[in-house]
Design a protein around this ligand. Structure first.
Ligand code: ADP
Ligand code: MG
Length: 497
């Protein structure tokens, strides 16, 4: 067993980082010593796990090929594959000459963010940006649609009242906003979409089946707020737009956070299911919803058990293998098995080791950053999160388990990216391979888990080989989605630039 201590590449970022980093505070405590605990019985479990999670090059190739094929089938007809390949109705991306004051509203979880930006065109670019984050009270998450949207519109109205300084709205214009809404929506135009269902703990009555832009517009009307939604997008599409504003070679965006998704720039001609849609640019952004991908994934007994006990069994299998919500939980399930079969942590099994999601992905990531000789921080995290005492051998074993799960996740995500690039290249030779091509990445998992990031990039390099991969830039687009949504409000403005 060895602890991976290779130097890690720095995180490459687009230049709009401004929020404080979300690093966990270091847990410090005295570790009680454990005696008489043996890891030898847990070793076969680790060996089997590593075998089941292995992602050798041929397997990655199959994943990339299957992803490309699923994309194609999903573009052919609705329901043609696991991938929904949803049309975003975003046909024109920001190019840098956008001007004026634009807002963005981001609703995708327990927080929502409001943002305003003053754009100054090619020379001045982003003159100023301000944002606020508001957390959504628990009771509103299961209240009525009107209550939720009134709360949002009120927060937006308060934020608008503070407009001043460099933010100027030209006379005789309404304010325009982009609306990033990361729930399943059947988009009907750039500024309308029907909510299919709430997810992520939301159970608001009255919204499913309705146009969420209309819900928001009505609430803004009730608040007397003069603002219109110019672009309804999901977070992946907003990230692509935000990154594209700074770099014309951005063609793909991937979110690796709690969940995962990817979108890319597609030729309208390559979308058979698209009928009667006119795009002046001839291109449009397609939202793959790749979390639903399932072909050829190397799944273990732990994955199958977690899936069976989940609220959506059989669904979102790629997401369950590679995204932040699940990696820690898979590790917990392995550790529980090691404890039950081999007393990895001693004879007493604390209740928290039995508790689903007691071990988070931030925990497993922090444990992998511990380079101290006795893995003191690993011990603290194990004690704090799942209530176990550990000796050095057990801690090393735990780090190996974390690494195995992170490695599989990162490499599969990398293969998924190559699948998208392959699909684009098959359609028009030379569009991707052979010239600079940028994949914009965002999400807490990608941002805060250096080993995962490295495994992802290694898989891309292995699959493409040194020559082709030298043109593919995988770049972190921190908070690109906020400004991206505002930029899409600008490109879809009812006023001329
Ligand atoms: P969301 O996906 O909910 O919009 P983020 O993009 O901020 O939000 O991602 C949050 C997710 O990122 C968390 O659920 C967690 O899985 C993952 N994450 C956060 N911090 C870390 C960390 N230090 N190491 C690894 N993963 C992390
Ligand atoms: Mg997000």
């Amino acid at each position: 067993m060895s602890i991976t201590a290779n130097p890690l590449p720095p995180l490459r970022s687009f230049p709009f980082s401004r929020s404080p980093n979300g690093r966990n505070p270091r847990v410090t405590m005295v570790i009680r010593s454990t005696t008489g605990v043996s890891v030898s019985t847990a070793l076969p479990i680790l060996t089997k796990l590593q075998k089941d999670c292995a992602t050798p090059l041929p397997l990655l190739r199959n994943i990339a090929d299957a992803m490309a094929k699923d994309m194609r089938d999903g573009l052919e007809v609705d329901g043609g594959s696991d991938l929904k390949m949803i049309l975003s109705y975003v046909d024109s991306l920001p190019i840098g000459n956008e001007r004026g004051l634009f807002y963005a509203l981001d609703l995708g979880g327990t927080n929502f963010r409001v943002l305003r930006t003053q754009l100054g065109g090619k020379d001045e670019r982003v003159i100023d940006t301000e944002f606020e984050q508001v957390s959504i009270p628990q009771d509103l998450m299961s209240g009525t649609s009107e209550e939720l949207f009134d709360f949002i519109a009120l927060a937006l109205a308060k934020f608008v009242k503070k407009e001043g300084g460099k933010f100027v709205l030209p006379k005789n214009r309404s304010r325009e906003t982009g609306f990033t809404f990361s729930f399943p929506v059947k988009q009907t135009s750039i500024d309308s979409g029907i909510l299919i269902k709430w997810t992520k703990g939301f159970a608001v009555s009255g919204t499913p089946g309705r146009d969420i832009v209309a819900c928001l517009n009505e609430a803004m009307g009730r608040q007397g707020l003069d603002m219109r939604v110019s672009a309804l997008v999901n977070d992946t599409v907003a990230t692509l737009a935000g990154a594209r504003y700074w770099d014309n070679n951005v063609m793909v965006a991937v979110i690796l956070g709690t969940g995962t998704n990817a979108c890319y720039v597609e030729a309208v001609d390559a979308i058979p299911k698209l009928q009667g849609h006119n795009s002046i640019s001839g291109r449009t952004i397609v939202n793959t919803e790749w979390g639903a991908f399932s072909n050829g994934l190397p799944l273990t007994e732990y994955d199958r058990e977690m899936d069976a006990e989940s609220i959506n069994p059989g669904e979102q299998l790629f997401e369950k293998t590679i995204s932040g919500m699940y990696l820690g939980e898979i590790v917990r399930r392995v550790l529980l098995r090691m404890e039950e079969t081999g007393s990895l942590f001693g004879n007493y099994i604390p209740e928290r080791l039995h508790t689903p999601f007691a071990l988070g992905t931030p925990n497993i990531s922090s444990m992998q950053q511990d380079t101290s000789p006795d893995l003191e921080n690993v011990g603290s995290i194990l004690y704090e999160s799942i209530g176990v005492d550990s000796n050095l051998d057990a801690r090393k074993m735990v780090v190996e388990v974390c690494d195995t799960i992170a490695k599989r996740g990162g490499r599969l995500a990398g293969a998924g990216i190559v699948g998208i690039l392959q699909k684009m290249e098959e359609d028009s030779k030379g569009i991707v391979f052979g010239k600079r091509m940028v994949v914009a990445m965002d999400g807490g998992l990608y941002e805060h888990y250096p080993q995962y990031r490295r495994y992802l990039k290694e898989a891309v390099t292995e699959l493409l080989g040194p020559e082709l991969s030298s043109h593919v830039v995988i770049e972190h687009s921190k908070d690109g989605s906020g400004i991206g949504a505002a930029l899409l409000a600008a490109t879809n403005s009812i006023y001329e630039h």
